[in-house]
Design a protein around this ligand. Structure first.
Ligand code: AKG
Ligand code: FE2
Length: 376
């Protein structure tokens, strides 16, 4: 593999001066490990912020166009092992109501099974493909693979030296992409109630999705998935769609309700799971913190950190967002493959055609190197 791993295939799409270096350099590892999150307030330069917003807006339009233009009834879902979409889910009126934001696509495109299929085989290869006008289908909806449709997003998530420096601060030298989704919250989006996430398939977690609370520790978990959210236009409490976290809660190592329904609002958390839980370092009761982030901010948090996303209020605009989740590789991964969030079909085809840059190979590498899969 090329050691110059920050080389970029698409120089014209790079914004060289992407991050404010004083914000990048202010990262404090001790605080991050102790509290479980780090806010990169206003880290994007003005040029980067504008470019990032423009990319998310363009990608949302692409996602909307595929949704509206694809003739869903002509696709043989059953032959691929899926129930066909309900007729009322593919009317132009229904589909139009699904446009404009993330997590709004019709149910038949959002099941875990269909997403796995899309990543493994491409949607819907061979045969009928997603319908695109003026751009090429990458076999995956843009919401679930924005980098495949936008070279600026590909650059910032796989190659840009300043972004790679940010991820190196979080992980050290070796990290791989777990998943990268758009999270554009349109007005009226309900957000997400309290939950956390697991590392890989949850097979290493010391507690179940509710947990006993007995595993509290001051030791930062070395095997990590860290989520970094970028909000080019901000995400404030005033407008809604804001992120809330609980500093120190990750030290219970409980992937809270990761695999179950997530109905808890703040009141339910305080009356329930939070009762009696303390910060392992300060021994003070854990407390919910709602973040109000100005334009051009990012926030990173570890996978066991319970978090919540507020309702996006009327009279505002869409909260633009990109989720970049990376993780440490799992040396015990069996089979040696990617997580479900990675479009393996795209990665394998692109690598086989020699079109995957050395930089992209580094983050798209599975738990074990790509060339190993290509030889099989
Ligand atoms: O910010 C959002 O919209 C969702 C955040 C979230 O739950 C996540 O990134 O895991
Ligand atoms: Fe989440």
């Amino acid at each position: 593999m090329d050691t110059l791993s920050t080389h970029n295939c698409f120089p014209e799409s790079r914004v060289d001066d992407l991050l404010r270096l004083e914000v990048l350099q202010a990262f404090d590892r001790t605080t991050f490990e102790r509290d479980g999150y780090w806010v990169w307030e206003g880290i994007l330069t003005d040029a980067a912020r504008k470019r990032w917003t423009a990319s998310l807006q363009k990608l949302q339009q692409m996602n909307d166009a595929i949704l509206m233009d694809t003739e869903w009834s002509a696709i043989d879902f059953e032959a691929r092992g899926f129930p066909p979409p309900l007729p009322e889910q593919i009317t132009p009126e229904f589909l139009a109501a699904c446009c404009g934001g993330s997590e709004q696509m019709p149910g038949f495109l959002r099941t875990a099974e269909l997403r796995r299929y899309m990543h493994t085989y491409g949607l819907f290869r061979p045969g009928a493909a997603l319908v695109t006008h003026g751009f090429e289908s990458q076999g995956v909806m843009p919401e679930y693979f924005p980098a495949g449709y936008d070279n600026f997003i590909m650059d910032v998530t796989s190659a840009h030296p300043q972004m790679m420096a940010l991820f190196t601060k979080l992980f050290g030298d070796r990290f791989i992409l777990d998943h990268c989704f758009m999270l554009n919250r349109a007005i009226g989006s309900k957000g997400r109630r309290w939950h956390a996430h697991q590392y890989r398939d949850g097979q290493y977690e010391v507690e179940d999705p509710i947990g006993t609370g007995n595993a509290l520790t001051t030791e930062f978990l070395k095997r990590q998935c860290i989520r970094t959210l970028c909000y080019p236009e901000g995400a404030t409490i005033e407008d809604g769609g804001e992120l809330a976290i609980i500093p120190g809660a990750h030290l219970y190592r409980i992937p809270y309700k990761w695999s179950t329904e997530r109905p808890d609002d703040d009141a339910a958390m305080k009356a329930g799971w939070l009762k009696g839980k303390i910060h392992a370092f300060t021994r003070k009761p854990l407390e919910i913190v709602h973040l109000s982030l100005p334009p051009g901010s990012m926030v990173s948090f570890v996978h066991h950190m319970p978090h919540y996303v507020g309702y996006r209020k009327p009279g505002t605009t869409t909260r633009w967002g990109l989720l970049m989740a990376y993780r440490t590789p799992d040396p015990d991964a069996e089979p040696e493959k990617w997580t479900n969030g990675i479009p393996t079909d795209w990665v394998e085809q692109t690598a086989a055609q020699g079109k995957l840059s050395a930089a992209a190979q580094r983050v798209f590498e599975a738990d074990n190197p790509i060339h190993k899969h290509l030889q099989n």
